[in-house]
Design a protein around this ligand. Structure first.
Ligand SMILES: [Mg+2]
Length: 257
């Protein structure tokens, strides 16, 4: 990977900027959805088709329409309920029921400080969360973490409306580069998932910082993150000037090992 001249910071959301363990969040989210639609659709069928349509969306590789449209094309016909009927109900779910999931997540104090550091340096900041959710569900999670769109300026927040690929494909990162007008060697991705955040960003030529325990095992030898640690560790490295140099990669390695 070439040296990085940092112009844009790409930040994963769940378990990177906020605590949001998917093992507890997803079951609670599905349970809330099941209850919400119970009067209109058999709940078990709803969840089965939701999972199938989410898999179809995860396969979107940048060659098709938006993730939202891929989801809709798989979901509503399979369920046998007109989109025009169910979509307003789901919109209301995100406005009225989704907020009740907030206590399952927790803010990470380093997150706003990282945003302040990035803004002070004039970096473009992207919330690079896997775009499987509507924008409302993403903006709410950001607000729960004290890093809402009303508090900080973002160059881009990826959501299922504005993406044509997911983090299962390097096309996701190429779309971000195109939206920012940046080259891969001007960006750094920070995230906790090896496959989505580190390996996939690396496949698009983007360097990464892995939010992981020191003992966590990397899963592919061909990608090497420039650093690894907690979000607090990343903040300390950033404030210590680890990313200020034109060629920050070797310095980060020294600072963190
Ligand atoms: Mg994550």
């Amino acid at each position: 990977m070439r040296p990085v001249r940092l112009k844009a910071l790409l930040l994963d959301l769940d378990d990177t900027l906020i605590d949001n363990p998917m093992d507890s969040f997803i079951p609670a989210y599905f349970a809330a959805l099941r209850e919400w639609v119970a009067g209109v659709v058999p709940p078990e069928r709803f969840i089965a088709e939701l999972k199938a349509a989410t898999r179809a969306m995860a396969a979107n590789d940048g060659s098709g329409p938006s993730n939202e449209e891929v989801f809709a094309a798989a979901f509503y016909p399979a369920l046998g309920v007109p989109r025009g009927e169910l979509e307003p109900l789901l919109d209301r779910f995100y406005r009225e029921a989704f907020p009740r999931l907030a206590p399952l997540t927790a803010p990470r104090p380093a997150a706003p400080r990282i945003l302040e550091w990035a803004h002070a340096r004039g970096l473009q900041v992207v919330i690079a969360t896997n775009p499987l959710f509507p924008r409302s569900a993403i903006e709410q999670r950001m607000a729960w973490g004290g890093i809402g769109v009303d508090r900080y300026r973002y160059a881009l927040v990826t959501s299922y409306e504005n993406c044509r690929a997911t983090k299962s494909h390097p096309a996701y990162y190429r779309e971000i580069l195109a939206a920012l007008g940046r080259h891969p060697d001007e960006c750094l991705m920070v995230g906790d998932r090896w496959d989505w955040d580190i390996a996939c960003a690396g496949a698009a030529g983007i360097a990464s910082y892995w939010i992981a325990e020191p003992a966590a095992a990397a899963q592919a030898a061909e990608v090497e993150p420039v650093g690894r640690g907690s979000l607090d560790d990343f903040l300390v490295a950033a404030l210590g000037g680890a990313f200020d140099s034109e060629r920050f990669e070797p310095q980060v390695r020294e600072a963190l090992r």
